[in-house]
Design a protein around this ligand. Structure first.
Ligand code: GLN
Length: 536
């Protein structure tokens, strides 16, 4: 039977609960345990797919095409857990299921209530994952901050679950903030005490408290938290700010987190060091031998989390090439206002990520034209590939005002357009081309050089496609179609022959990249950028 670790957060949001959960997953996996992770999100959206990245950060996509919270990205980057739609439980999904059952009459005349019907549905959804994925440990992260109205049913459900499972089968970890008050020159434990107090009011006693701090947690503060929050001293785990998130597993290990969790859950496994991870990832992150400036040209640049997996995958490409990346975040609308040279004049690689809607498109196209003409390594992802196609149509094939029908329905040259089946769709939720699709790679291409395989599978999230009516003309003009979806002849990867590295892909490779195993396209893109700076 699986054992459960429930992770809650207190004091403020953005404490890195997801990174803490993912790091613990990594530590337990290193000890030979099979883990999975679940994120519970208290909002009413059924999934993150209908939310603007400004609201919620990036929408992460799993193999099975679920549009999820970005914490699932951390889970997959840190561990080998294979996550599915079931690993992201939202209030929307829970209510949808309960109301559907109620309409069918499944509750046999009962009054349907938050307790027990909603809480039972949450418990069943959690247990189902543990059962289906056949794991030793399930780490369940509850989104939001303790004290929020929205997360109460989730907290009540995990309270009941722990009670039902009994000793040795479930523990609670609470992640809090221990702020440093500069004027007083002190760190303060009171917010943590209050937050644990709120948790206790709803019947949950934490077994471990992870304290995020910017200053060392001294012995006195540690003892104070232990005393007032009713935990052992060794269960107060300091988590100091670190430069890279990939240093967190080692830090938590040194503070004894995995040893304690394993003991409390009575798990049978050996104590293990994170040697491989530390050598392959942390060492390179700390002292790489090279440094390259890379521009990311998008429209959600101002939001830290909107391109989360893109930034992570870029850093993995850096790790694979022993290089630190200086990421220049460029708002494509600024390029429209002030020209491209000001922003891209000194970079060695340009990446245009995915996106939706018309705003900022012309700036992206200008960035792509500049990269193509100046032979700067270029990587276009999803909308980034589509805009590369538009740029090529306009400036190489002389198809004036060519566009995607997403931005100009009446364009004379619809080089990107909707597939017939997408035209019929009315509901916006979960209706894009989503999840894993196969792609055949052409030998002799840059894509093949990266993958070294003829068949690959990548994750998708888009509605529009390259319009094959233009394929021949594009090929004649020098565009190579190096990746194709075999069943529908859809263009999945395009590249340019006479350019050091110019690749666009319709899928999202960033979702499958790992710090210790960079995605091949990110690895090669950064390799090209390193070559542009240092020579090859
Ligand atoms: N808006 C484009 C489409 O729907 C691109 C989507 C994306 O970049 N994820 O096809």
């Amino acid at each position: 039977m699986a054992k459960y670790i429930f992770v809650t957060g207190g004091v403020v949001s953005s404490l890195g609960k997801g990174i803490s959960a993912a790091s613990l997953g990594k530590l337990l996996e290193t000890r030979g345990l099979k883990v999975t992770l679940i994120k519970c999100d208290p909002y009413l959206n059924v999934d993150a797919g209908t939310m603007n990245p400004y609201q919620h950060g990036e929408v992460y996509v799993t193999d099975d095409g679920a549009e999820t919270d970005l914490d699932l990205g951390h889970y997959e980057r840190f561990t080998h857990a294979k996550l599915t739609n079931a690993n992201n439980i939202t209030t929307g999904k829970i209510y949808y299921s309960v109301i559907t059952k109620e309409r069918k009459g499944d509750y046999l005349g009962k009054c349907v209530q938050i307790i027990p019907h909603i809480t039972d549905e949450i418990k069943d959804s959690i247990k189902r994952v543990a059962h289906q994925q056949n794991v030793d440990v399930v780490i369940v992260e509850i989104g939001g901050t303790v004290g929020d109205i929205e997360s109460l049913p989730f907290l009540e459900a995990i309270r009941q679950l722990k009670l039902e499972l009994g000793r040795d089968y479930a523990i609670n970890i609470h992640v809090t903030l221990v702020p440093y008050i500069r004027a007083a020159g002190e760190i303060k434990t009171k917010p943590t005490q209050h937050s644990v107090g709120t948790l206790r009011e709803i019947g949950i006693m934490p077994d471990i408290i992870i304290c995020r701090t910017e200053k060392e947690l001294n012995k006195e503060s540690r003892e104070k938290i232990a005393l007032f929050c009713n935990v052992d001293k060794e269960a107060v785990i300091p988590a100091l700010d670190v430069k890279s998130i990939y240093e967190v597993p080692q830090m938590l290990h040194e503070e004894g987190l995995d040893r304690l969790a394993v003991r409390l859950l009575n798990l049978k496994c050996e104590e293990k060091e994170l040697t491989e991870w530390n050598t392959a990832v942390v060492k390179v992150v700390r002292s790489p031998s090279k440094e390259v400036p890379i521009a990311v040209v998008g429209k959600y640049i101002a939001h830290q989390d909107a391109y989360k997996s893109i930034y992570e995958a870029l850093s993995h490409g850096g790790i694979a090439n022993d290089a630190r990346l200086i990421i220049k975040k460029v708002d494509s609308e600024d390029i429209e206002k002030h020209g491209v040279v000001k922003y891209l004049g000194d970079v060695k690689g340009v990446l245009v990520p995915g996106g939706f809607g018309h705003r900022g498109i012309e700036g992206k196209i200008a960035a792509i034209q500049y990269s193509r003409e100046k032979k700067i390594p270029f990587f276009g992802i999803c909308l980034g590939m589509q805009t590369a196609v538009i740029e090529f149509a306009r400036n190489v094939c002389a198809l004036t005002k060519a566009n995607s029908t997403e931005f100009d329905k009446a364009t004379k040259f619809p080089v990107i357009s909707l597939l017939e089946e997408q035209k019929k769709i009315k509901d916006m939720g979960a209706s894009m081309r989503l999840g894993l699709y196969e792609c055949a790679i052409a030998k002799g291409s840059k894509a093949y050089q990266a993958y070294r395989k003829e068949k690959i599978q990548e994750r998708h999230r888009h509605r529009y496609e390259f319009n094959n009516k233009f394929k021949e003309a594009f090929q004649k003009a020098g565009m190579v179609f190096s990746g194709t979806y075999p069943k529908g002849e859809l263009a999945e990867i395009v590249e340019l022959r006479d350019h050091p590295w110019f690749v666009g892909c319709q899928f999202h490779p960033e979702f499958k990249s790992k710090p210790d195993n960079a995605h091949p396209l990110f690895r090669e893109f950064i390799n090209a950028a390193v070559c542009a700076k240092y020579g090859c």
